[in-house]
Design a protein around this ligand. Structure first.
Ligand code: PAF
Length: 280
């Protein structure tokens, strides 16, 4: 099956898309799995020309994070995309995206970017938003497709597109899970058998939370916590319920749509997961 054409330069990407109006972009850092492929399939429904970017963005990794350990599997990624209706893979080297080593101007995510994932990973979301803004500027897609799995990233990208009047539509695809419930993530490959089985506590905790939604926020948190505390290998970082419209934690008497978010270290791998619920 035919593979996408790989483009490594900004000028090459612009040239390939000159005069093409109907473009959907799927931004990724590679190490593609079925979760990414669901984004690609959605993009192919939305537009005639699909671009997948594969760029491990140094700007969104902290000094003690896994930038060098992050899997780079371009050949396997191209194979996974073959026959899936992807015209171009934009895979620039770091010095093509950041010829000066970084950017002088950055997009900042404001207060929400300093909470939850942003508290654990200072500067992370500014790095994400900056590279997404660059990718949108380079590809100028009518649609850009993101997964619900990185809920806070999705929220901030939606806010950026809204606040900065960027002419694209942000399309969302639900989290893809393994049959046993584990949310697919490029980091799952770091889990050994024990850690992988312990990691199921995250999705089980979300299920327990969702099934307690009719008993209020305290019951939701208690139900999730008791599942997570049963697993010695799971070290909880945060368990929070937020209002999806603001990403602020909800009050005790809150009623309405909500999202429960979990981040935990399982062995030495940090995992996140989330689920929507309706508090009554
Ligand atoms: O979700 C990711 O893989 C990355 O954060 C993204 C959106 C591709 C930006 O580097």
């Amino acid at each position: 099956m035919s593979r996408p054409v790989v483009i490594e330069t900004v000028a090459g990407m612009r040239e390939a898309l000159a005069g093409v109006a109907d473009v959907a972009l799927v931004p990724t850092m590679g190490a593609l799995h079925e979760g990414h492929l669901a984004l690609v399939d959605r993009a192919a429904e939305l537009a005639g020309t699909v671009v997948v970017s594969i760029f491990v963005n140094p700007l969104q990794f902290g000094p003690n994070e896994d930038l060098t350990r992050y899997p780079r599997t371009l050949d396997a990624d191209l194979e996974a995309l073959a026959g899936r209706g992807v015209a171009y893979v934009f895979a620039p080297p770091a010095d093509e995206m950041y010829p000066d080593g970084g950017t002088q101007v950055r997009v900042t995510g404001g207060p929400v970017a300093a909470t939850l994932e942003g508290a654990a990973r200072p500067g992370h979301f500014d790095g994400v938003l900056t590279v997404v803004a660059k990718l949108l500027g380079i590809v100028r897609p009518g649609h850009v497709v993101f997964g619900q799995k990185d809920a806070q990233q999705l929220f901030l990208v939606q806010r950026m597109v809204h606040d900065l009047n960027i002419a694209t539509s942000v399309d969302v695809v639900e989290t893809v899970r393994a049959p046993d419930g584990l949310a697919l993530s490029s980091r799952n490959r770091f889990l050994d058998a024990d850690a992988r089985s312990a990691a199921l506590a995250l999705s089980r905790a979300l299920e327990a939370a969702a099934s307690s939604a009719d008993r209020g926020i305290d019951a939701v948190l208690a139900a999730a916590q008791s599942v997570l505390m049963d697993e010695d290998l799971v070290k909880l970082d945060y368990l929070k319920v937020v209002d999806p419209r603001t990403f602020q934690p909800v009050d005790d008497d809150y009623r309405g749509p909500a999202r429960v978010l979990i981040a935990a270290r399982v062995g030495d791998t940090r995992l996140i997961d989330n689920e929507s619920l309706y508090l009554t």
